[in-house]
Structure formats: structure tokens, C-alpha cells
Design a protein around this ligand. Structure first.
Ligand SMILES: Cc1ncc(COP(=O)(O)O)c(C=O)c1O
Length: 480
């Protein structure tokens, strides 16, 4: 079966499933209303209107266009993922039937409130492997994006320890790697610039991994936070989180890991991560929508070793006291349900998906190598040689005498991929590749190709063809 067919089926099943579920819920609710024991907000006529809307040519065209866009092979799963059909299905009732404000004391508040509590439990027991017997749901803080989760971790460390430092004598110190996502790096740089903290950016080795010993050597008596990403978004390099988390716990220092790229690709069980204090999880990397994320915060970790949070209401957002008084703003119930559904699916299918993605990633590399080597073009893989130290879905590959920005622009209707973070036609080279000391000629020609659970062998074969053809064409012309 062609990838186009597969993709069409994927979209068609998703849309059909979502509509079917909406219909089921609406009808069920309507039946209950007629039975006199429910509170349907929509009449049959309104429901028919929804169906009519879905069947309108304009809506159909929108869906068809979506199918059309599937012709462009999607190899940018580290950028974002589609919303997976079961996630859409789980979210739908909370847009329609259970739309209430979870803080409302009346009927409409009850189901959203229950669903959010359930979502927190799922995040803990499924995604993070917490024993269901010892679940404390206040450990999950839902946020609006990965950036917010990362900023929040830094703020928690800062706000819970600032009182320990005397102005003018010493400052809180934080440690990270020099390949963190801007959600960490830019936040730390801003605090450093404003004079509130000192930061050590521990350099990675040429394979993109930091050494646990180097991180430990960077810790001082003023260190209040060590934050290290679990997996790098460009190279896929896995960082020594377990050892570092354990060392931090011994020293009484808060430890945070940004697991945005890791969930659904490698284990994110707290045990396997050395029981970190904080973990960022991001919806749109695992089949949930953009605009929802979470920060796991180990209960009481901000109250140990002299730490204390001076204000219990609002860390980033002051307001109505939601999220246990830490983040004001009415909860986004459907998205929270979507995140928990996506996280549990990613965890349940981890082994199967990781194996599939690794096969697809390896197939892509081997096809590119065969086609390009024949044409005298070398492929240089960025990241660790040892596959156990790399995300199974990520291929960062440098091609000499190729400009990746131009190449991707050339094939942008056929293959959707990225050139790392910032390798655009302006000629900038990604900070990550710089930190890994990738030779300039390969860095300029680096493609970040990331596959997902729905990538098919046919997708890979076509993509390899398009990429190789464009690369060969570029090296044979004099435009570089
Ligand atoms: C490792 C990592 N951390 C954080 C983020 C930020 O997530 P968001 O875009 O939801 O703010 C991303 C997104 O690209 C990421 O890859």
C-alpha cells in the first residue's frame, strides 16, 4: 500500500472516528435528556446542523486539503506531531457535553473536575510509572506549553531558595548543558543578565552528550538547580539524567529534566530517570494538541533542605487559585484530557513504536547513504554512534557542499523536514551543531529528519529519493 493511501486512511479514520464519537456522545446525551436524567445543551436540530456543517463542500474541501497535504511526507515529528485520532476522540466530549468550568459547584463542573483529576493520575501512573498506590495528583501541574513548564521549573528553584542568599554577597547558581532548548537557555540567560543568578553551561562532547562528571564538577555550594534535557531535539542525544538526578538528590540540589522529546521514544519512568524533582512533558510532541504541557513536581521538593515557597498563590500566574493555587486561569479540560490520553498511549506503545521508528530511521539513513555515496556525497551522522544513547526516531545528517535550507525549500512540497534549529538561507548554523563542533561544511548541510509511529516504509523510500535527488542536483550546480 502506498504511503499516500496509508496517510489518507490515517486522516480518514481520524476524522470518521472523531465525528462518530461526537455523534455517539451527542445522541447518548440527547437520549438521556429525553429520559429526563440529563442536561443536554444541544437539540437534535442543532446536532443536525453540526453534521450538515461537516458535510458542507467547504468543510469537505478543508478535509480533502488535509489529505492533499499528506502527499508531502512528514518527517518533522520532533517539530510537532499530528493529533492522533484516539486523542481527538477522548477530547471531544469535553468540548461539547462536559464543557463546564471545573471550579463550578454545580452539575456542569463535576465531570470536568473528575476528568482533570483522572488526567493527573494517568500522567503519573502511566507516563511517569508512579505506583498507583502512592499517587499524589498535586504533583502534576498542567501548563500552556513546554516553554512554560521549563520556565516554571526554573522559577520554582529560584523562588524557593532566593531567601538563602544575601544580596551583594552571593547568588543562586544553576547548571545546565550548552545544548538546552531555548525554553531553558534563554530563560537562564535572562536571569543571569538581570544579575539574579549565576549559570554554568556545561559543554557537550562532539557526540552531543554531556559527561555526568563534568556536570557534577560544575555544582557549587550555591547551586540551587541542575537542569538537563533528557533528549536533544536536534541530535537526539540522550543525556546522563539518571546519574545526575541521583547526585543532585545526594547533595540536596533540585534537579529538573526537560523530557519534551523523550516521552513515547524512551522510558520516562521516574525510577529510570533517577527520581528527578521536576520533569517537563509536552503535548504536541506526542500526539496531543499544541498549547498543553505539564510539569511534574515531586511533592514537597520545594520545602526540603532549607527551601520554602513564600507565596502559595501563583508562581507564574496570579489569579483564581487553579492548579492548587499555583497557576491562575480556568483549566483547559479537553486539552488536559488530550495530554493524558496521548501520554498514556505513548507509554503503552513505547516498545512497539520505538522499534518501528528505529527501523524507519535506519532505513532512511541506509537509503540516503546508498544513493548519495554512489554520487560521491558523504553522509555524516550527528550524535552518538551508540544507538542506545540516541532517540530512536531522530536522524541528524550532514551532507557536504549542500545548503540544507535551500534543499528543504526546493523539496518543501514533497518532504517536510527541518534543517536543525536555525540553519536558514541567511547562513546561520544551529547552536547545537556548533556546541557539538560539527565541521562547518557538514553543519551547513545538516538535515534533521524525524519519523513517527505513523511513518511507513513507502514514506521513507519516497523521501530518500526526493532528498537524494535534490542534494545531488545542488552539489552538481555551483549555487553553494
Ligand atoms: C526539548 C524541548 N523543550 C521544550 C520545547 C518547548 O515546547 P513548546 O513549544 O510547547 O513551548 C520544545 C519544543 O520544541 C523542545 O523540543
Amino acid at each position: 500500500m502506498s504511503s499516500q493511501h496509508n496517510n489518507r486512511h490515517f486522516v480518514a479514520y481520524g476524522v470518521a472516528g472523531a465525528l462518530g464519537l461526537a455523534y455517539f456522545y451527542w445522541k447518548n446525551q440527547d437520549k438521556k435528556r429525553k429520559d429526563g436524567n440529563a442536561t443536554a445543551m444541544f437539540s437534535d436540530a442543532e446536532f443536525e446542523e453540526l453534521i450538515t456543517y461537516c458535510n458542507q463542500p467547504a468543510t469537505q474541501i478543508a478535509l480533502a486539503k488535509n489529505q492533499e497535504s499528506q502527499k508531502c511526507i512528514y518527517l518533522d515529528y520532533n517539530g510537532t506531531t499530528p493529533i492522533y485520532p484516539p486523542v481527538v476522540a477522548a477530547m471531544l466530549p469535553y468540548f461539547c457535553t462536559h464543557f463546564g468550568n471545573p471550579s463550578s459547584g454545580h452539575h456542569y463542573g463535576k465531570e470536568p473536575k473528575r476528568a482533570i483529576e483522572e488526567a493527573r493520575k494517568t500522567m503519573l501512573t502511566s507516563c511517569l510509572g508512579v505506583d498507583p498506590g502512592s499517587v499524589d495528583t498535586s504533583a502534576i501541574w498542567f501548563t500552556g506549553c513546554g516553554t512554560e513548564s521549563d520556565n516554571l521549573a526554573i522559577q520554582l528553584a529560584l523562588q524557593s531558595t532566593e531567601h538563602q542568599f544575601k544580596e551583594g554577597t552571593n547568588k543562586p547558581h544553576m547548571v545546565c548543558t550548552n545544548v538546552e532548548h531555548p525554553a531553558i537557555a534563554v530563560c537562564l540567560q535572562a536571569l543571569e543578565k538581570s544579575g539574579r543568578i549565576d549559570v554554568t553551561y556545561v559543554p557537550v562532547e562532539t557526540d552531543g552528550c554531556v559527561k555526568a562528571d563534568d556536570v557534577q564538577a560544575a555544582m557549587t555550594e550555591n547551586t540551587v538547580l541542575v537542569t538537563i534535557m533528557l533528549a536533544n531535539n536536534e541530535s537526539g542525544a540522550l543525556q546522563p539524567v539518571k546519574e545526575t538526578a541521583q547526585e543532585c538528590r545526594k547533595r540536596g540540589i533540585l534537579f529538573h529534566t526537560d523530557a519534551a522529546q523523550a516521552v513515547g521514544k524512551v522510558s520516562c519512568r521516574l525510577d529510570d530517570l533517577g527520581n528527578p524533582d521536576m520533569v517537563s512533558i509536552v503535548g504536541h510532541k506526542i500526539g496531543a494538541p499544541k498549547g498543553i504541557a505539564a510539569l511534574y513536581v515531586r511533592p514537597k521538593c520545594c520545602e526540603e533542605n532549607g527551601r520554602t515557597l513564600s507565596h502559595s498563590h501563583g508562581i507564574l500566574l496570579l489569579g483564581g487559585g487553579q492548579e492548587f493555587g499555583r497557576r491562575g486561569g480556568t483549566e483547559n479540560t479537553p486539552y488536559m484530557v488530550g495530554l493524558a490520553t496521548a501520554a498514556s498511549l505513548a507509554t503503552e506503545n513505547l516498545e512497539k513504536n520505538a522499534k518501528h521508528m528505529e527501523e524507519m530511521r535506519n532505513r532512511l539513513l541506509s537509503q540516503l547513504e546508498t544513493k548519495l555515496n554512489e554520487a560521491g556525497i558523504q553522509c555524516r551522522v550527528n550524535g552518538p554512534d551508540d544507538p542506545k544513547k540516541r532517540l530512536p526516531n531522530t536522524l541528524s545528517v550532514g551532507l557536504p557542499n549542500v545548503h540544507s535550507g535551500d534543499l528543504l525549500a526546493e523539496i518543501s512540497d514533497k518532504v517536510a523536514a527541518s534543517a536543525g534549529a536555525a540553519c536558514h538561507s541567511a547562513g546561520g548554523i544551529s547552536q547545537i551543531l556548533r556546541a557539538m563542533k560539527v565541521p562547518e561544511e557538514f553543519a551547513r548541510g545538516t538535515l534533521r529528519l524525524t519519523v513517527g509511529p505513523y511513518t511507513t516504509p513507502a514514506d521513507i523510500d519516497r523521501a530518500a529519493e526526493f532528498i537524494a535527488e535534490a542534494a545531488i542536483e545542488q552539489t552538481q550546480s555551483d549555487t553553494i
